[in-house]
Design a protein around this ligand. Structure first.
Ligand code: SAH
Length: 261
């Protein structure tokens, strides 16, 4: 483990950057390959790509889909690579009333919408931890939101011309996670009734936030809205993932890493 740590850190602890699916990483690994070269370590069935992007030492990996996959991957980033902080980038379903396809949501807090050990513990609360809502690191989330805001200001108009989206908006607030792809108006209504301030639903963020909380590692999550979690979600998700997820991640991560590097 210590060899991995030294390689990753090169004197400075690296940032862990995660996504679920390759399209959500954009060209980050290619950027590292060109800048520093990439050393890839396979651990627990995942590839961890170690290098430098825009001057910032990074370990970049794909978690695959779901809370367990995300928790296992972020644990390895913490244990095997000693990351200083974790950033997750990807797509999500919009559930807030004014959260539209193409919007960007930066989490202030995260919850597991499918966690329910009631009546032993309050609904949504992580048993024996006493927490339902996990806070993102406020400084890291502010840096991500600033990067997303600059991306939208500089590239939003061109995206609206090329793709069938409205002018992208930036939202900050609650992101909810569960082990379901949400794809019906009825399911959205149920989520809104239970968690009225939820902006977006996805399948990894709250698991990452929980593990990071338990280890005292700062984390932040940025999601681009690929669908509105209704009956159109499967088609909308697939199109967005193919055509736009990488553009958003590149635009946001480049600005975020340049500001850090
Ligand atoms: N059919 C896809 C799986 C999609 S799962 C496949 O075979 O690859 C959806 C992924 O995008 C998850 O990683 C989740 O975090 C995010 N996501 C986007 N829209 C979502 C929605 N409506 N509900 C839940 N997760 C969503």
């Amino acid at each position: 483990m210590s060899a991995l740590r030294n390689e990753a850190a090169n004197g400075r602890r690296p940032l862990g950057i995660m996504a679920a699916l390759p399209q959500e990483l954009g060209s980050l690994i290619e950027v590292m390959r060109a800048e520093s070269g990439v050393h890839t370590v396979t651990h627990g069935g995942r590839d961890y790509h170690v290098g430098t992007a825009y001057g910032a030492p990074c370990v970049v990996t794909l978690a695959r889909i779901g809370k367990v996959a995300a928790a296992a991957t972020v644990s390895a980033l913490i244990h095997a690579f000693d990351v200083e902080a974790v950033v997750f980038t990807g797509v999500a379903g919009g559930v807030g009333h004014d959260v539209r396809i193409g919007a960007v949501v930066v989490a202030d807090s995260l919850m597991q919408h499918d966690l329910d050990a009631s009546p032993l513990f309050p609904r949504f609360e992580v048993p024996l931890l006493g927490i339902a809502r996990f806070a993102a690191d406020s400084a890291l989330a502010a840096q991500l939101a600033a990067a997303a805001g600059r991306f939208i200001a500089e590239e939003g108009a061109a995206l609206v011309q090329r793709f069938a989206i409205e002018t992208p908006q930036l939202h900050r607030g609650l992101i909810i996670s569960g082990d379901q792809f949400v794809a019906s108006a009825a399911a959205v209504a149920t989520l809104r009734a239970a968690l009225p301030d939820a902006l977006a639903v996805e399948m990894e963020g709250a698991a990452i936030a929980q593990v990071c909380h338990e280890y005292g590692v700062p984390c932040a999550i940025v999601r681009t809205v690929s669908d509105t979690a209704d009956a159109h979600a499967p088609a909308s998700f697939t199109t967005f993932l193919t055509e736009l997820a990488g553009t958003y991640s590149n635009g946001i991560l480049t600005r975020f890493l340049q500001a850090r590097g």
